[in-house]
Write a protein that binds this ligand. Sequence first.
Ligand code: ARG
Length: 420
Amino acid sequence: TKQKLWGGRFTGKTDPLMHAFNQSLRYDQRMHAADIRGSIAYAKALTRVGILTPDEQAKIVDGLTRVGQEWADGVFQVQPDDEDIHTANERRLSELIGPLGGKLHTGRSRNDQVATDMRLWLLDQVQDIEESVKGLLRVIVDRADKEKEYLLPGYTHLQRGQPIRWSHLLLSHATSFRYDLERLQQLIPRISVLPLGSGALAGNPFAVDREFLAKELGFASIAENSMWGVGDRDFIVEFLMWASLSMTHISRMAEDLIIYSTAEFGFVTLSDAYTTGSSIMPQKKNPDSLELLRGKTGRIFGNMAGFVMTLKGLPSTYNKDLQEDKEPLFDAVDNVAASLKIAEGVIATMDVHADKMAKALTMDVLATDLADYLGLNANFGPDVVDVFDFEASVERRAAIGGTSKAMVERQVSVLRALLS
Ligand code: ARG
């Protein structure tokens, strides 16, 4: 017990099941780099207010760098009493540089430390995810640009409605992803708020320069209220909500493609790279990639709903319930990151069958055009034959947002401008 960071006052042993129950190192060790970065910045801040000498700072920074290197090299030795990444790093630091290691915790609590680590870690991940959203958008836009000539029925209620360009359908999904990208970028300033220097809850008593800490760690702003700084996890909720909505868009696109890849439709064939076979029905090529994209959506929504339940009813500031922020967040980050890459791969590699699409275009989908003709003419004239032309039908939809070629090209250029 004495080995524990907080064990000084404790004489009794922790129940072994409780010990395991309490331990988060198994999953929070993935924040090791963020934890070291935060600690190095804090050591420098302590030196600036005279709590550490420049020599002590150098020793601590050197020790922390070595601890970070051990994690990076995969040789960090976890000890049974390492409760979380914060205690593990501090324990190892003190092994390397002696009792001076403990001085790093002056005025700092794991409460402001963990909130800082989570935000730093998520900011890194969001950058990668942003690139993946752009990657997905790029392949959709490239395909849409190349396949503008393909016409197929557009569906409402899954009933054939009106002729559209295939590109228009692709770009309808791209438009959802475009706003997902925008929403993700809008989260960044609210993730990028520095909690460090909030202490346990009431603030830092050593006048550490939080402007300096924010600059060192690349935070855009500073938590203006220390109680909020240690107790807020809205940035996690917002990310989980973002992930739920983006996955919903991926799922709806996946559903279109699952339907279009059936023999009954035959509009697309997924590449072997993203399908699997059946163990008993040799004719099958199952769209497992798309089904998993659809399936993961429910799980990510569950992470979000579950964590909001965790927050509801918590008293102010830090409560251990907040440790439950990690697994849903990490799981959502992993799965949304993978989903974006898989979706990109599926779209980039599938075959599109313009002939099958054309065959699905039956004359009934021109019923609206015929009605439109009668809206302009009192009677049928000889020019009514012009109505029975799919290409003419899509070209009539030339107002902004329509499926005419010019308007599809406009969408391509709007999205390309956004991505460049
Ligand atoms: N492992 C903890 C968490 O993830 C770190 C903060 C612990 N703070 C505390 N006062 N027990 O939330």
